[in-house]
Write a protein that binds this ligand. Structure first.
Ligand SMILES: [Zn+2]
Length: 423
């Protein structure tokens, strides 16, 4: 390809959250990626090069917060401060130095136990009124503040609380059935104790206010779980990270339904694009996201498109749904983008982490990835999946790999096989 055309190359990074999996007996011992009809992903794999990407460092917990930083080439060991800061940014809540943003779930407490991390998947209509009530009673501006978010996902901001990261909080979805008194925020140092006790007070005070709130009385009457307690977790300071432009010299945009991903986009200086009907579930607006990506490529060099639906299918352990979300992503999003692109492009497709159906949660195994670019030699793989990628030309690549490979793929025809790494 001519030098000119290469300099005009557009870049696409497409992530199907949690797509990777283990072989499933009901599918004849193949994975959802192997079972899905996905001609576009397979075309990228067969025309391009494949490999495995280690997105979760051994010292960290597997989740999209850590894994997506890795996918974008920002080593989470350096740049991850906690998911709260990213999610708050997507809701327009900005932090100053020494502030800490916690996720504040509305949960259901019964007889001293945590029974529901989402208060019956409470809607924003109900939860906004509950958070307003908590705000009125518990907020101390400049010290502790409350902000409502979407559905059961709200925020608690500790201002000027530099020691908040020395507080251990329990993610509520990991503690269903636990005694509240056993999982309260704990300080890991005596200096942090004051802040931890503020959090514990807020938890108990919120219960007093919410228990008899008219919204909850009505929910109970209708057989729904109450949102009767606020539960802080996932605290994070303002991350200090270079922008995508500083890092790679490219102007980038992100398209996602998920606050966490939008917040990572915000802190890396990407254009954050909202698409109507993008839900983060299997009913998401795939076509709308494809159109938005094509439009965003007109004035950006790179567009990162994230689809949450396969991860959700993994969490509910529905293998048929997972196969369907992969097929929809392939046909209704990826296919449309590839068809609509007039300019030469390089594209990478991958999951952020596995969310195996068998266990219903995230795991840390390296994920398959495929990169196709006009200047990159194919490695002979035919399919995009966990097993094929193992034999791909890139081998096992560490955290900061995929974007660099996507970009460098336009600068050299032959990528040396990257040696296997252990972190
Ligand atoms: Zn997940």
């Amino acid at each position: 390809m001519e030098k000119d055309a290469v300099s005009k190359l557009k870049y696409l990074l497409v992530v199907g959250d949690g797509m990777a999996d283990y072989p499933i007996p009901e599918l004849g011992n193949i994975t959802p990626l192997q079972a899905a009809h996905k001609p576009n992903m397979d075309a990228i794999a067969s025309k391009g090069r494949n490999g495995l990407l280690k997105t979760v460092p051994d010292s960290m917990k597997p989740g999209s917060d850590v894994a997506i930083l890795s996918v974008l080439g920002f080593d989470p060991r350096r740049f991850y401060t906690g998911r709260g800061a990213f999610e708050a940014a997507a809701r327009g809540i900005h932090l100053k130095e020494k502030d800490v943003a916690f996720r504040g779930n509305l949960i259901t407490e019964k007889h001293g136990k945590l029974v529901d991390y989402s208060a019956g998947h409470i809607t924003s209509e109900d939860s906004t009124q509950l958070i307003e009530a908590v705000k009125k009673a518990c907020e101390k501006p400049g010290e502790i503040e409350f902000y409502s978010g979407l559905d059961y996902r709200h925020f608690l901001i500790m201002r000027n609380a530099p020691l908040s990261l020395q507080i251990e909080c329990t993610p509520p979805h990991d503690a269903i059935g636990a005694e509240i008194s056993a999982i309260l925020p704990k300080s890991k140092s005596s200096e942090a104790e004051k802040t931890a006790s503020l959090l514990r007070d807020a938890i108990y005070k919120s219960k007093e206010i919410l228990e008899s709130h008219p919204v909850n009385i009505a929910r109970q009457k209708n057989g729904k779980n109450s949102g009767n307690m606020i539960w802080p977790w996932g605290g994070g300071e303002k991350p200090r990270m270079p922008s995508f432009k500083e890092r790679y010299g490219l102007k980038a945009a992100v398209i996602s339904a998920v606050d966490l991903v939008k917040g990572i986009g915000f802190y890396t200086g990407m254009q954050v694009i909202d698409v109507p009907g993008a839900t983060g579930r299997e009913d998401t607006n795939y076509e709308g996201k494809a159109e938005a990506a094509l439009k965003a490529l007109e004035d950006n060099d790179l567009v990162f498109v994230h689809v949450e639906a396969p991860d959700e299918a993994g969490h509910v352990k529905d293998y048929k749904l997972k196969v369907k979300t992969i097929e929809d992503l392939d046909k209704r999003l990826l296919g449309r983008i590839m068809e609509g692109l007039k300019e030469p492009y390089a594209i990478a497709v991958l999951p952020d982490h596995p969310t195996p159906i068998k266990i219903g949660t995230h795991t840390r195994e390296p994920v398959p990835f495929a990169v196709q670019s006009p200047l990159l030699e194919a490695d002979g793989m035919q399919k995009f999946d966990e097993f094929s990628a193992k034999n791909g030309g890139f081998g096992l690549v560490k955290q900061d790999g995929v974007v660099s490979l996507l970009l460098s793929s336009t600068r050299s025809c032959k990528q040396p096989k990257t040696p296997s790494g252990s972190n």
